[in-house]
Ligand binder design. Structure first.
Ligand code: SF4
Length: 458
């Protein structure tokens, strides 16, 4: 999962500081690297600054504020394809025969390996190991076409997930794959138009949310205004990621017209109805991702809610750290239970999901050390049993706790007195979009075209 942000100002004002701020708001979507690309004033050449780590470490805000550019894109990365290194940091940039191009990508192109093999066999030399670079090479293979046509043609060959912010010369282009896996929104403030992975990034620059990009839509923004085009791919159905609502997106974002906060609260409420925990004296949430669902659970079950586990805010999310060792250390140092709330009590602990099972096991152990009498785990989504091929780091079934074990064996492994999950039907109805528009593949195994797909049609 990554975050993209783009800005174009019609009156020529510089937008680099806005892009920096937008990335700041999207930091939860990627913490490995950050980058910003902009065009020279005549649009002939693309420039970029990239760095490893969090936005404020990777990028120099003062330096960016001093650069004049009326269109720019930015990216925060967490790797799903290609290693975590500066060569793979986005935006991916190139100056080719038809002009300059910079691409910031959220998602995972499932047939990128096949495309890359094909292009390399024809002499292409790749600079990075990212799936995104295939787009630039596909464009370069259409160098007789104007850049926008070459981009449309490149996208026509892709399968899987891509929400893109692209600079083509002085134009800002945004594109959402025909299945709509990852969110992408359009916003505006006076003469400046923005595109962003989530609406929370529009709030920080004082822009209003205009609308979501439609799956399969490409938007071209330049001095003449905004044009909407279609990517010429017929999708059999939409696949908007259910996990964005469950975990990834910020609760203050609105995706495809649905408030993430409201969805999370409803998930908790439905969980309270389907898997009540009447013996619990306190309902608490696994911070931060389970907190809102826990509030919904407590509200619907009319039980007492307490913030019984406190999170150190200055530690990143464990789930999106790249190695198991860092994940394990992260859990140990980031959460702390409050003994006076827990000692001698029956607790219902609500979390958004169990992926590897590391966090829940350690938290239960910590809670027991603080004297909890019984610990009941309630999960506000279905068991994650299948890997995601669309831009989330759940690579193999062996790493997924619910794929390795049935629910009772998992309960025993994590040390809970009871463990219950939300059903898929409840998840879909809490999101509130038509079920046929939602991807639930990591819960159900129902992938687009059977899952990982290296099919190439060049
Ligand atoms: S497989 Fe899961 S995480 Fe991946 S896009 Fe589908 S719902 Fe989202």
């Amino acid at each position: 999962m990554c975050g993209v942000f783009g800005a174009f100002c019609k009156n020529g004002s510089s937008v680099l500081e806005d892009v920096y701020l937008g990335l700041y708001a999207l930091q939860h979507r990627g913490q490995e690297s950050a980058g910003i690309a902009w065009n020279s004033e005549n649009g002939d050449e693309v420039n970029s600054i990239k760095g490893m780590g969090l936005v404020h470490i990777a990028l120099d805000q003062k330096q960016l504020a001093s650069i004049r550019a009326n269109s720019a894109i930015g990216h925060v990365r967490y790797s799903t394809t290609g290693s975590s290194g500066l060569a793979n940091a986005h935006p991916i940039t190139a100056n080719y025969s038809m002009g300059s191009v910079a691409i910031a990508h959220n998602g995972n192109i499932t047939n990128a390996t096949g495309i890359r093999n094909m292009l390399e066999s024809r002499g292409a030399i790749f600079q990075s190991t990212t799936d995104t670079e295939t787009i630039i090479h596909l464009m370069a293979h259409q160098s007789h076409k104007p850049p926008l046509d070459a981009l449309v043609d490149a996208l026509r060959h892709l399968k899987g997930a891509y929400s893109l912010a692209v600079l083509l010369g002085n134009r800002l282009v945004a594109a959402r794959d025909p299945w709509g896996f990852r969110p992408l929104v359009l916003g505006r403030r006076e003469d400046t138009t923005y595109v962003a992975s989530e609406s929370c990034a529009l709030d920080i620059v004082g822009a209003t949310l205009v609308r979501d990009l439609e799956p399969g839509e490409m938007i071209v923004i330049d001095e003449t205004g905004i044009k909407s085009l279609r990517i010429p791919v017929q999708a059999s159905r939409k696949y908007s990621c259910a996990f964005e609502y469950v975990y990834f997106a910020r609760p203050d974002s609105v995706i495809d017209g649905k408030s993430v906060y409201e969805v999370r609260k409803t998930l908790g409420c439905r969980l309270a109805n389907s898997s009540p925990c009447p013996s619990a004296e306190i309902v608490t949430g696994m911070p931060d991702s389970g907190t809102i669902a826990a509030m919904g659970f407590a509200e619907c079950s009319k039980q007492r809610y307490e913030t019984a586990i406190v999170r150190n805010r200055y530690i990143g999310r464990t789930f999106i750290q790249p190695t198991q060792r860092v994940r394990t250390l992260g859990v140990r140092i980031k959460l702390n239970p409050i003994k006076t709330l827990i000692d001698g009590k029956d607790l219902a602990v609500v979390d958004d999901s169990i992926v590897r099972g590391t966090t829940v096991e350690r938290v239960i152990s910590m809670i027991r050390q603080e004297g909890a009498a019984r610990v009941h785990i309630r999960i506000a989504s279905p068991p994650v049993r299948f890997p995601c091929y669309y831009g989330i780091d759940t690579p193999t079934c062996e790493e997924l706790a619910a794929a390795r074990l049935d629910i009772d064996a998992l309960r025993s492994e994590v040390g809970a007195d009871s463990l219950n999950y939300l059903g898929i039907e409840d998840l879909l109805s809490a999101i509130g979009l038509p079920p046929s528009d939602i991807c639930t593949a990591c819960f159900s195994g129902e992938y687009l075209d059977g899952g990982e797909d290296n099919g190439v049609d060049l």
